[in-house]
Design a protein around this ligand. Structure first.
Ligand SMILES: *[C@@H]1O[C@H](CO)[C@@H](O)[C@H](O)[C@H]1NC(C)=O
Ligand SMILES: *[C@@H]1O[C@H](CO)[C@@H](O)[C@H](O)[C@H]1NC(C)=O
Ligand SMILES: *[C@@H]1O[C@H](CO)[C@@H](O)[C@H](O)[C@H]1NC(C)=O
Ligand SMILES: *[C@@H]1O[C@H](CO)[C@@H](O)[C@H](O)[C@H]1NC(C)=O
Length: 484
């Protein structure tokens, strides 16, 4: 059964590709952990692939194994299909060579499977939040809020330069900023496009971003979470000041409607962790348990998410959960099941912050996220909580219910909070509200940067804020936890 399916897939796709050129050429190649014995390989093609396959093996010269699926999905206006194959039966913490689809010509890519829970070797993780397309359709040296200096290294380039240092890249929301097509269009930044062509421009920006990321995401697992820009509509208003036109219709492209593009594009390990699609899930890696939460929809306990119908930003999304409190019920169970003797560290990320030097009354601060998540973080001794949404860097003290932990980073009882939404996109950086909140410990709102987590051992975890422009570590702080 297995081999005959593969043989017919080879025949069918081989025949088709010779007649339509590169319609099956893999683009936007990306990886995601799927347990310590699995890996999700995803890529896009112009045409639907009947049976997406990945050839792989432990030698670059012998990709003698094949995994396949029937998942080749798209949505109206998309110019590509998203192909997803989950490889299983791998060895933990092992390098493999792989080739998605039918590109025999190029050198195989590599990936390394996740470290087994309990592996106490030190490792590093890169984290970016709020990072969109770089270049002519996004963050560049002209236009937008905080243009790059000529020749300035952007965050994607900085991550690429540090590729050998981190084991995976975590991007908890605001991913491609393709919804910025409208603001860019209205501000006259995009030549030769019109608002009527919005869907085309939106899809072009999505494709560009994922292709810009491929040199990283084809080699390192790319773990993502939902942000508001995966679903934002009407971003930048509907008045085209350049052409003096006001559009009185709601402008929402199919890809951004109800997280459609995001749901099509990624396969996060929610099946492995009883989570929900790419919305909430968890995974172990070495001495850490990582949790991705959804701050956009399905908060539960009487709160719809900020992006949901009736939410503070009402993007007409969700719900995705089967019932109102599914996310926090899952979180409570997930946290309770962590074996701290194997994974002493618990690191959580959710797109929106609540401890941040921003306007309290604006929707920037997600108080309802605090209400539903913070008690569980405290109860289960979560070590570190990461967020973005605000386009700046701010390191907060360990804190619970607005009370700073008197121990600081020396064995606090309360979780430590860091917001870093300074990775960069068309609109630039946000300015933090000064004076900074009393719980703030370090703030930087004039440089683009990313976060590096260094897990040294069971007791020491360092967070660094790396300036993208020159790789300098602008802030470094180490959390100490006494463990039994
Ligand atoms: C936009 O169109 C004009 C006129 O056809 C052309 O000269 C220019 O190169 C185009 N710009 C871009 C960026 O495609
Ligand atoms: C969004 O998608 C989910 C899952 O398909 C669906 O249940 C929900 O009704 C949709 N929400 C809106 C506002 O379309
Ligand atoms: C590196 O870049 C940051 C952010 O722009 C800047 O603050 C810092 O002074 C630079 N450091 C060096 C050594 O150039
Ligand atoms: C853990 O790592 C820290 C930072 O590298 C180091 O100072 C400490 O001695 C280590 N602890 C143990 C028990 O090895």
């Amino acid at each position: 059964m297995r081999s005959s399916m593969v043989v017919s897939a080879f025949a069918a796709v081989g025949a088709a590709s010779s007649s339509v050129g590169n319609a099956f050429a893999p683009s936007q190649v990306r990886l995601a952990y799927a347990g310590d014995k699995g890996m999700h390989v995803s890529w896009n093609t112009q045409h639907k692939v009947e049976i997406p396959i990945v050839r792989y093996g432990t030698s670059p010269y012998r990709l003698d194994q094949i995994a396949f699926s029937d998942v080749s999905v798209t949505y109206p206006t998309s110019t590509t299909y998203n192909n997803h194959v989950k490889i299983t039966g791998l060895k933990p913490n092992t390098q493999y060579y792989y080739q998605p689809g039918f590109s025999f010509a190029s050198k195989p890519y590599t990936f390394k499977t996740s470290r087994k829970a309990g592996d106490c070797e030190p490792f590093e993780v890169a984290v970016v939040v709020d990072m969109g397309t770089m270049g002519a359709d996004g963050l560049t040296t002209h236009g937008g809020g905080h243009p790059l200096q000529p020749g300035e290294i952007n965050t994607i380039q900085s991550l690429q330069a540090s590729l050998n240092e981190f084991e995976f890249l975590w991007h908890p929301g605001d991913i491609a900023y393709a919804d910025y097509w409208l603001k860019e269009e209205i501000q006259g930044f995009l030549p030769n496009t019109t608002v009527e062509e919005g869907a085309k421009v939106y899809e072009r920006i999505l494709n560009e971003f994922y292709e810009e990321m491929a040199p990283i995401t084809s080699l390192k697992p790319y773990m993502v979470g939902p942000g508001n820009h995966e679903a934002n509509c009407d971003n930048g208003g509907t008045t085209d000041k350049v052409h003096n036109i006001t559009y009185d219709v709601s402008i929402c492209m199919p890809g951004q409607t109800n997280f459609t593009g995001y749901r099509n594009h990624f396969r996060m390990p929610s099946k492995e962790s009883n989570g929900l699609e790419n919305f909430f899930y968890s995974f172990d890696h070495g001495m850490a348990h990582f949790i991705q939460l959804d701050t956009e929809t399905d908060l539960g306990h009487g709160f719809v998410g900020p992006d949901e119908v009736g939410g503070s930003e009402n993007e007409d999304t969700g719900p995705f959960a089967r019932y109102m409190d599914q996310q926090t019920d899952w979180l409570a169970k997930d946290l309770a099941s962590v074996d701290r003797s194997k994974t002493p560290w618990i690191v959580v990320s959710g797109h929106r912050p609540w401890y941040i030097s921003a306007q309290n009354k604006s929707s920037t601060v997600c108080w309802e996220c605090k209400d539903v998540f913070e008690p569980l973080f405290y109860q289960h001794n979560v070590d570190l909580v990461l967020s973005g949404h605000v386009h700046a860097y701010e390191r907060i003290a360990p804190i619970y219910n607005l009370v700073v932990d008197p121990n600081g980073l020396m064995n606090p009882r309360a979780p430590w909070y860091i917001t870093n939404g300074a990775a960069g996109h068309y609109d630039g950086l946000d300015t933090l509200v000064r004076p900074l909140q009393t719980f703030s410990r370090y703030a930087e709102d004039s440089a683009y940067g990313w976060s590096k987590l260094k897990f040294h051992n069971a007791t020491h975890l360092t967070h660094e804020f790396v300036a993208s422009s020159n790789g300098t570590v602008l802030d470094s702080a180490t959390l100490y936890k006494a463990r039994k």
